[in-house]
Every structure is written in structure tokens, then in C-alpha cells.
Ligand binder design. Structure first.
Ligand code: ADP
Ligand code: MG
Length: 718
């Protein structure tokens, strides 16, 4: 059995086209619809039980019939309903599913064979959610998407096959019915089309030019007749249906005569000149001009560096478009390309090309095209299958992370804009595990530029199943990627594991305001230093010292973090440091394990505060000494004096007593009354846990998320 062909679908806001690569003729060809038309309008009419799609729906729409839905592609990616018909709500995905099913049936009828795999074109400026919605609609329609391809890139591929000029820089200006995209393409080697950068506005297209005419007429009618036609909904529908025709007439004529039958008024005549149309829509062209300039600026290009301007999309037929572009660029746009067909033909060409390989991101991955390379003579590509396409994804990918200073949440960039796709990038996190709770990491992925709230929050991902590590911390490798269709994927692995950790998606909380607030009230004191000091005199022998050490270890588990340094000390007749300040939990625990009864003698002839002062005085950050004692020390006055010096230096002293330690003694050496506490031996572990909790609530633990690491095979990669 023959392999089923891959069908190309240009799924436009206004119009759709389908095409197939004809292996015999060695060229792509359009598959006409059952009415023999190349273009199928993206219009659906709900007429009672009947659902009418395409040409017939457009006729109904132009006649002002009710139940017609147009331009729903603009709502792709949004979960809200975009049409409400006969008590039923339709989302953009549902409407697109109907349209795709219709196109599929059409192609199957014409080709007389089933189809399954397709390439669908999307605006280059579509983000993850819009792309995902497109895939969902295709799946619902029983289609498998080989890839989504950016419309301007597809058009450039089609153009490039016939007019290949090595080193040419082509600006693709794509103004369709609902979206505008501008893409800069470079032709390189003998057969390569590289997309360098793309920008766009997905709510700017022919529909907006229609709206200008509509508003112009509403005002004109009001001015001439005093009638506000917005009050006549039936008439509005009829007028809306005629606007596009008025606009198209102006493409080939210098003016259009308009005759309307206004309710309660009668026949009304007016006209619209080409010049007037140009005037009332010039702000829209200016918006496109700004984006073109942005594209040039970002690559440090000027219009002189551009070889050609390629016009794509039905709206580029409006004469003011070429006029405007020539005025701002000094180039006459190319006219060899069919503005409606270029996109779908390019997609059909891509259907026979191999999928591009993953681009693994490192610091300076972006190849900057050599803008000064001499443009070679035109030479059509002889073997289409040798053609190669490198597309880009316009939107940078980032995640919510903590800034370097640990004071604020930021959008940490992961994949910069305009990287060749598919692309992957991996990051390494140090994660502190716990034996008590689920070890999970929340990741909020962002798409866009600027701070968190300027971006689209794509999803909340929860990485779970992280194994607890005795040494306290573990490395988690997270890989972010854009696949060939520009869809975001995330995978995570623990240390050198070969299998992925489970990742679940959770709804993004409605209230994200926590990420707008500073992380701590005390931004200067980011690092926390703690000495755990244990009375190791004779009275501690047996169970008390074991319970105390358990509590001190529990404290490390509760508080550990990259910026938390913990040390240990014994106090008896002498003061001995058993563990230096360290942010490695394992090392800190080893310090505790070295404590034993009788270390430094069996009496209580000294105090630890001079050693505390000496070791903490010069440190910047939060400094805490926690003392655990079971009785009153011999030279209390000296201890109090030395404690005071520490407190005046800003060191917090927490004194915990059990056994014979009395509360007044504890109060006299601690930095505040609430830092003095008398507890029962059996509550020691709990008390240390509570203290750790209180400390961590007033500081903040952060990821080390700047490290890059090797990537591994990405999703979907063969
Ligand atoms: P999309 O890709 O968004 O489906 P198309 O590329 O098919 O859109 O372009 C459709 C838009 O082009 C519509 O807004 C339509 O009014 C406009 N258009 C098509 N032909 C002409 C024309 N001759 N003059 C002016 N506008 C036109
Ligand atoms: Mg289009």
C-alpha cells in the first residue's frame, strides 16, 4: 500500500488552502475545494441543526445572515468562548476542529483516499498556547500534525526554491486577515533558508482595515442623516458583510460608490476614495512599519542590507501597502509571489523535507548572518528535497526565579528569542531534600520579554518523585525545549539518572501577587550563619546528650539551604568548635556528631560568647547562636558581659535550657526574652524544629539556578 501523503494546510484567519507535494511533477500543487476554488473561507454558519462551512457560509455572511462565525483564529489559545450560538458556546478550538474536519473531508473526496498526517501553517508570532490549541483542534479532527510551520517561513521556502540567491536577505511582510508577521530570511549555502528573526502582531490584519471603513461609514451616515446605525443590528450585519467587498473594490479603483438602504430612512449614497481609505488606515500601516524597523534594529541592519521585500497575505494586495513599504524602505516589493498561495505551497514543500535537528543551546548559539556577504546571482534549486529550512521561535522562554541578591522574583531567561527550532536547553538546580515531606519543585514557565507580569505565564509544572538524599542536597537537571512546531516541553532528571522524574501540570494560581513582593523584609541579611552550641559538661551524660544531638541534627535538616551556614561548638570547661560554619548539611552534621559528654572537661567554667564573637563578628548576614544548656554556669557575670558584646554586635542569641537550667539564667544570656526557653528533654527535637522554622520564615532559601549542564535526548527526537 502506498504511504499516505502528508497534506499541507494553510489554516488562515480568513481563508484556508490545502496543498500536496506532487512527486511526479516535482512541485507542490493546490488541492481545490469541492466547488473548484483554491481558497476556502474560514467561515462557519450555524443554521439550525445545519453547520455550513466555507464558500456557502461566506455567501450567507455577506448576505447578512445570522449565525455566521468568522475570524475565530484570533481566539486560539484562549479558553473563553468565542461564539455563542443557539444557546451553545463554542471555543476557538471547537470551531477550528469543525473547519479542519471540513478541509479533511474535502481533500479526501478530491484525492479519493484517506488522509491523516498534515503540516499546518501558523502565524510566526503564535505563542505556545495558540500552537497547542491548533494541535488540539487537529487531533479532534482526526489529524496527526507532522509539524506546525510558520507562515512567512513557508512562503519564503516556496519563493526560495525558484529564486535562490545565496546571501540574499529577504524581508517577508505577511499581512493576512487577522495577523501581521514580519520575518527576515537569509538564503545561505546552496540550499538553505534561514529564518533570522520574526516579530508580529496577532491582532492586526485585513479585519482592522475593514473596521476602519465600517467606522468611517457609521460616522459619515450620522453626519449626513443624523441616524446612528449602530442601533439597527440587522442592518449592521448586512453592512459588515459588504465592507470587505468595498475594500477590495478600492484595490483596483480610485473610488467606490456605496449605496445603502438604511432602515427608517431609505436609500443613502456615498463614496469612498482610495486616498481617503489610505488616510483612515495609515496608523495601521505605521504599526507594521514599527515592527519592520524593530526587526532591522535587532540585527543591526538597515533597509540597505535588505535584498528584497516579499509580500504575503491577501491584505498586501491593497495598493497602499506597497506604496508605504517603498516609501520607508526604498525597495519596490517583489510581485512574483502569489500572496494567497505562497504559504500553503511552501508548507507542501516542507512535507517532503526531513525534520530539522535539535539546536542545543549554549552561551552564544545564535549565528549572526554575515550581512556584508555579496549576494550571488539567482539560481533555482534543482533538487527540492535537498532544500533545508531553519526556522526560529520568536518568543523567549523563562521561568520565575529568585534574583542574585535573593530579594526579588525575576523572569530568568532560559531560551532567548529567535533561536533556531527545535531547540533545547538544560539547567541544573541544587535542591535540598527532606526525609519528612514530599520532595517537589514548582516551576512557573514564562513566555515573553520583561518582568514576570509582562509575560504570559504558560504553566505551573511540579517536578515530583525526587529521592531524599542523606547528604541533604541533590542535583536536579531540568531540560526546556521548543519542539519543531514551537511547542514548549519540560523534562527533569535527578543527578545522573537515565529516566525522567514525573512532572504534573497544575493550574496557575489566580493570585500570583506573591511574586510581585520582595522576598524578605531584610534584604541585606541574606546569608544566615548559625552556631549550635551544646553544653557538654558531665551532667549531660547519657540520654540528655543523645536527645540534644538529635535535636541539633533535626535543626540542620529543617533549615539547610545554599545560604545557610551552620557550625557547632561545645562548651564546658573550655569552648571547642567541632564544626566550622558550612552550607553543606552533611559537614554540619559531622560537627554535631563529634560532640560528646566531657568534651573540654566535665565542669561549666567558661562560656562560649568570646568564641562566638570572634567567629561571627566579621560576617555579613544574619548571625545566630543557639545554646543548649542543662544547668547554670559557674562564672555567670563574665558570660553575661560577653553575651552582651555579641548582642550589641547584632548577633542573636537563643538560649534553650532543660534539666536544672533556670529561666532567669537563660534570659540573662539571650538576646530577647522570647529567645529564652525552658523545655523538657523530650521536647528538644520539636523545639529545635520550631526555631529552624521561625528562622527560615524570616530569611529565604533559593535555588542555584544559573548553572547549565549537558542536555539529553529531547522529547520526540529520534
Ligand atoms: P489569512 O491568512 O488571515 O486567512 P489571507 O492572507 O487570506 O488571510 O488574507 C485575507 C485578507 O486579505 C482579508 O482581510 C481580505 O479582505 C484581504 N484581501 C484579499 N483580497 C484583497 C484585495 N483584493 N484587496 C484588499 N484586501 C484583500
Ligand atoms: Mg494566511
Amino acid at each position: 500500500m502506498n504511504k499516505l501523503p502528508v497534506i499541507a494546510i494553510d489554516l488562515g484567519t480568513t481563508n484556508c488552502l490545502t496543498a500536496i507535494y506532487d512527486q511526479n511533477a516535482h512541485q507542490p500543487s493546490i488541492i481545490k475545494n469541492k466547488n473548484g476554488n483554491k481558497i476556502t473561507p474560514s467561515i462557519i454558519q450555524f443554521d439550525g441543526e445545519n453547520i455550513i462551512i466555507g464558500d456557502e457560509a461566506k455567501e450567507a455572511y455577506e448576505a447578512g445572515d445570522v449565525g455566521c462565525v468568522t475570524a475565530f483564529k484570533r481566539y486560539m489559545g484562549s479558553s473563553s468562548c468565542c461564539a455563542y450560538i443557539g444557546n451553545k458556546e463554542y471555543t476557538a478550538v471547537e470551531l477550528t476542529t469543525l473547519l479542519l474536519k471540513y478541509l479533511k473531508d474535502n481533500v479526501e473526496t478530491v484525492l479519493q483516499q484517506p488522509i491523516y498526517e498534515v503540516i499546518i501553517t501558523v502565524p510566526a508570532y503564535f505563542r505556545h498556547k495558540e500552537r497547542q490549541a491548533t494541535l488540539q483542534a487537529a487531533k479532534n479532527a482526526g489529524l496527526k500534525v507532522k509539524m506546525l510551520i510558520n507562515e512567512p517561513t513557508a512562503a519564503a521556502l516556496n519563493y526560495g526554491i525558484q529564486h535562490f540567491r545565496k546571501n540574499a536577505k529577504i524581508l517577508v511582510y505577511d499581512l493576512g486577515g487577522g495577523t501581521f508577521d514580519v520575518t527576515l530570511i537569509e538564503m545561505s549555502k546552496e540550499n538553505q533558508i534561514n529564518c533570522l528573526i520574526t516579530k508580529g502582531n496577532h491582532i492586526l490584519g485585513g479585519k482592522d482595515f475593514d473596521k476602519c471603513i465600517f467606522n468611517y461609514l457609521v460616522n459619515q451616515i450620522y453626519y449626513d442623516t443624523g441616524i446612528d446605525i449602530k442601533e439597527y443590528s440587522g442592518f449592521i450585519n448586512e453592512l459588515m458583510g459588504r465592507i470587505e467587498h468595498i475594500k477590495m473594490t478600492l484595490t483596483n479603483a480610485s473610488k467606490v460608490k456605496i449605496k445603502l438602504n438604511i432602515p427608517n430612512y431609505g436609500v443613502y449614497r456615498t463614496e469612498l476614495t482610495n486616498q481617503e481609505f489610505e488616510n483612515i488606515t495609515s496608523h495601521l500601516l505605521d504599526k507594521t512599519g514599527v515592527l519592520c524597523q524593530d526587526v532591522l534594529d535587532e540585527l543591526h541592519y538597515t533597509w540597505n542590507d535588505i535584498t528584497d521585500i516579499l509580500l504575503v497575505g491577501g491584505s498586501t494586495r491593497m495598493p497602499q501597502v506597497s506604496k508605504y513599504l517603498e516609501k520607508i524602505s526604498g525597495h519596490k516589493p517583489i510581485t512574483q509571489v502569489h500572496p494567497d498561495e505562497a504559504v500553503v505551497l511552501g508548507a507542501a514543500i516542507q512535507s517532503i523535507l526531513p525534520a530539522p535537528k535539535y539546536n542545543v543551546l549554549s552561551a552564544s548559539s545564535k549565528p549572526i548572518a554575515n550581512k556584508n556577504a555579496i549576494v550571488q546571482k539567482e539560481k533555482p534549486v534543482t533538487s527540492v528535497s535537498a532544500m533545508r529550512l531553519n526556522d526560529v521561535q520568536a518568543h523567549p522562554l523563562g521561568m520565575i526565579a529568585v534574583n542574585e541578591e535573593g530579594t526579588h522574583y525575576i523572569n530568568q531567561n532560559i531560551i532567548p528569542p529567535n533561536q533556531s527550532i527545535p531547540v533545547k536547553c538544560a539547567r541544573k538546580f541544587k535542591y535540598y531534600t527532606s526525609a519528612q515531606k514530599n520532595n517537589e519543585i514548582d516551576i512557573y514557565l514564562l513566555q515573553g520579554i520583561g518582568n514576570i507580569f509582562d509575560c504570559e505565564i504558560l504553566n505551573k509544572y511540579v517536578i515530583s518523585g525526587i529521592r531524599h538524599k542523606e547528604e541533604g542536597s541533590t542535583l536536579i537537571r531540568v531540560q526546556y525545549s521548543y519542539d519543531v512546531s514551537g511547542i514548549v516541553h519540560i523534562q527533569a532528571r535527578q543527578e545522573q539518572d537515565e529516566c525522567d522524574l514525573p512532572i504534573r501540570e497544575e493550574p496557575v494560581p489566580k493570585d500570583m501577587s506573591m511574586f510581585a513582593k520582595p522576598i524578605t523584609q531584610n534584604p541585606d541579611n541574606q546569608t544566615t550563619y548559625v552556631f549550635e552550641i551544646l553544653d557538654t559538661s558531665g551532667s549531660m551524660f547519657g540520654e540528655p546528650i543523645e536527645e540534644a544531638k538529635k535535636a541539633m541534627i533535626e535543626f540542620i535538616d529543617k533549615l539547610k539551604g545554599d545560604h545557610v551556614y551552620i557550625g557547632s561548638m561545645s562548651v564546658s570547661n573550655r569552648t571547642i568548635i567541632t564544626g566550622n560554619l558550612t552550607n553543606h548539611p552533611l559537614e554540619a552534621k559531622q560537627g554535631i556528631k563529634k560532640l560528646y559528654c566531657g568534651l573540654g572537661g566535665f565542669g561549666n567554667c567558661t562560656h562560649p560568647f568570646d568564641t562566638v564573637y570572634k567567629n561571627m563578628h566579621a560576617l555579613k548576614g544574619r548571625r545566630i547562636a543557639i545554646i543548649l544548656a542543662d544547668g547554670v554556669w559557674s562564672y555567670l557575670e563574665a558570660a553575661k558581659k560577653a553575651a552582651k558584646r555579641c548582642i550589641q554586635d547584632g548577633i542573636e542569641i537563643i538560649a534553650i535550657g532543660f534539666g536544672d537550667a533556670d529561666y532567669d539564667f537563660l534570659r540573662s544570656i539571650s538576646s530577647s526574652d522570647k529567645n529564652a526557653m525552658k523545655v523538657h528533654q523530650s521536647q528538644l527535637v520539636k523545639s529545635f524544629g520550631n526555631i529552624a522554622q521561625t528562622i527560615s520564615e524570616t530569611s529565604h532559601s533559593k535555588f542555584n539556578n544559573n548553572e547549565e549542564t549537558k542536555t539529553w535526548e529531547a522529547i520526540g527526537e529520534k
